[in-house]
Design a protein around this ligand. Structure first.
Ligand SMILES: NC(=O)c1ccc[n+]([C@@H]2O[C@H](COP(=O)([O-])OP(=O)(O)OC[C@H]3O[C@@H](n4cnc5c(N)ncnc54)[C@H](O)[C@@H]3O)[C@@H](O)[C@H]2O)c1
Length: 267
């Protein structure tokens, strides 16, 4: 089912729930960010798609345009300040505002290996894309949200940041924990400006990322067996919660860390 059909079929959100809103989604070329961008566009939002792999962002934007949506694809390394400033400038030039920022981009290094065998380059790149990237994107849009009298920032943590990653190393666990700390700090700082800052902490999700990390069907079954709901999330399970976090339904929520992990994390 296409994102547009899914959005209409579920009926969870009115077809114009995000009409006129400008949403910047990082990591929008693949996985959760891609589906989120498609769903937002199907619900009326104008969506800026940022990804370090520009072709992926372009392809997603083309798909959105073909179904009548409004999208702007941008090649952005979220860890590069110049890229992020250019991207924010392009969005403001096109649409004049940013109502919602979703920081979904992030790299994750190699499959699990012990900390003393982790190259420092992996630590740096995981922190750069997840932590520095979320910080830089927030920094770029916050002045405009303050001037506009409000906005939303939605960060992506993980079950890893709420406990310990079952699939990835120390760098990922630590980076996602830092994203939670940054969310809490920003939420306190900017509530007075009407800017709400929250984090979703998904458990393992079906898709290219996780399938690339699991060695075989047995490992996949073992992982599912650890999840009380008995299966990995589908991207739509995560996207629906992010849509709630971006919508007016969550207007009194800031500084929250939402575990969407099928019961894996109980905190
Ligand atoms: N998939 C999961 O099981 C899972 C679980 C918990 C949390 N998460 C988090 O959810 C978010 C989305 O996950 P996903 O599975 O859709 O990821 P994914 O790996 O499928 O896609 C991530 C996208 O981000 C882009 N990206 C990576 N580094 C970037 C950078 N420096 N600048 C710009 N773009 C960059 C990639 O090119 C890719 O298109 C991530 O923050 C991830 O850590 C995922």
């Amino acid at each position: 089912m296409s994102a547009v059909d899914h959005a209409r079929a579920t009926g969870l959100f009115a077809p114009d729930a995000f009409a006129g809103r400008v949403v910047l989604v990082t990591g929008a070329g693949r996985g959760i960010g891609k589906l989120l961008a498609e769903r937002l566009a199907a619900l009326g939002a104008r969506v800026a798609l940022c990804d370090i792999v520009g072709d992926r962002a372009q392809a997603t934007a083309r798909g959105i345009a073909e179904t009548g949506g409004e999208a702007l694809a941008l090649t952005v390394d979220v860890a590069a300040e110049g890229d992020v400033e250019r991207a924010a400038g392009a969005v403001l030039a096109r649409w004049g505002r940013v109502d919602v920022l979703v920081n979904a981009a992030g790299s994750y290094g190699a499959a699990y290996r012990v900390t003393h065998e982790t190259p420092v380059e992996e630590w740096d790149s995981v922190f750069a894309s997840n932590v520095r990237g979320s910080f830089l994107c927030a920094k770029a849009v916050l002045p405009h949200m303050v001037a506009a009298g409000g906005g939303r920032i939605i960060n992506f943590a993980s079950n890893a940041g709420r406990s310990v990653s079952p699939l990835l190393g120390c760098s990922y666990t630590a980076a996602k924990t830092a994203v939670i700390g940054m969310t809490r700090h920003l939420s306190r700082e900017y509530a007075r400006y009407g800017i709400l800052v929250n984090t979703i902490a998904p458990g393992p999700v079906e898709g290219e990322r996780v399938s690339g990390l699991l060695r075989d069907a047995e490992e996949s079954e073992t992982l599912s067996g650890q999840i009380p709901i008995g299966r990995l999330a589908e991207p739509a399970d995560i996207v629906d919660v992010v849509l709630f976090m971006a919508s007016d339904a969550s207007r009194y929520m800031t500084g929250a860390i939402l575990d969407v992990s099928g019961g894996l994390i109980l905190a």
